[in-house]
Design a protein around this ligand. Structure first.
Ligand code: SER
Length: 272
């Protein structure tokens, strides 16, 4: 065991249920934030590994939670929606994703809900939009362009974006995502209904061009070009925006960051 950022740190195999249980028991862990997963772009390159890690990891964590009476946060994603879902995605609609990553997230929500219903495991989840942070590097997702563009703007004054300029996706600044996660985990269980394993949450929605323009307003001479690759297909299968009214009603979620505020925070953070 080691320490990282003043906390306990231990390396675990997310598929090793016994090791997770041992670690929770010997360290008095009461809550797991289960963030180990492959994102969409990496997952589509290696579907078998994506299923093993994303679905298998969720099963291990839920089993550990059942054995140790833990509360669990299991992130879902806007990738649960497929091309047949409304472009402003409602909480409840048919979930027919066309990416393997999306399939693993639909399955994760179902497994989490079953653990809650059958065994009373206190599990909660959010369908995260694309998450944008200056502290964490882009992690192999389709929404990575919305992080990479900031680094490129500051370092090179130029970015080659891998989706079309009219690509519109739900996005969120990391501070909002963390706050939403903690708010959900702090909410009294009785407030949470049938969406507890995968809430839509209100967030931003902008096109790649709108993001580039907002950065150009702040970074003189910044220039963005658009050359779509295979990730365009994944982006096109996802909604443009999300209806988060249920999360607002049940546990009070509203975001703090709009596009200009996020662009400022990203540029300030990266310039430090
Ligand atoms: N941000 C994720 C991705 O792009 C979606 O959940 O894969």
């Amino acid at each position: 065991m080691d320490t990282a950022n003043n906390g306990q740190f231990v390396i675990l195999d997310v598929l090793d249920t016994e090791a997770i249980i041992q670690t929770c028991v010997s360290n008095g862990v009461g809550t797991i934030y289960h963030l180990a997963a492959l994102l969409s772009a990496t997952g589509e390159k290696n579907p078998e590994l994506c299923r093993r890690v994303n679905v298998g990891g969720t099963i291990s964590v839920l089993e550990a939670a059942k054995a140790c009476s833990l509360r669990v946060f299991i992130p879902s994603s806007i990738a649960v929606f497929g091309p047949d879902a409304p472009k402003h995605a409602p909480q409840h609609t048919d979930l027919n994703p066309t990416t393997v990553y999306g399939e693993t997230k639909v399955e994760g929500e179902a497994l989490a809900m079953a653990s809650w219903k059958e065994f009373g495991v206190d599990v909660r989840g959010i369908r995260y939009p694309g998450l944008i942070s200056y502290k964490a590097p882009a992690g192999g997702g389709t929404t990575d362009y919305a992080v990479e563009i900031f680094h490129a703007a500051i370092q090179d004054g130029h970015y080659d974006c891998f989706v079309r300029e009219d690509t519109r996706l739900p996005m969120m600044y990391m501070d909002d995502a963390i706050r939403a996660t903690l708010m959900l985990m702090d909410a009294p269980s009785g407030l949470l209904g049938a969406a507890r394993a995968g809430y839509n949450i209100d967030c931003q929605s902008f096109t790649a061009r709108e993001l580039a323009d907002a950065i150009s307003d702040q970074v003189e001479g910044f220039h963005c070009e658009f050359s779509p690759d295979v990730r365009q297909e994944y982006a096109d299968s996802w909604p443009d925006s999300i209806d988060g009214s249920l999360a607002k009603d049940e546990w009070g979620w509203t975001p703090d960051y709009d596009l200009p505020k996020m662009v400022q925070a990203m540029l300030d953070g990266l310039s430090q």
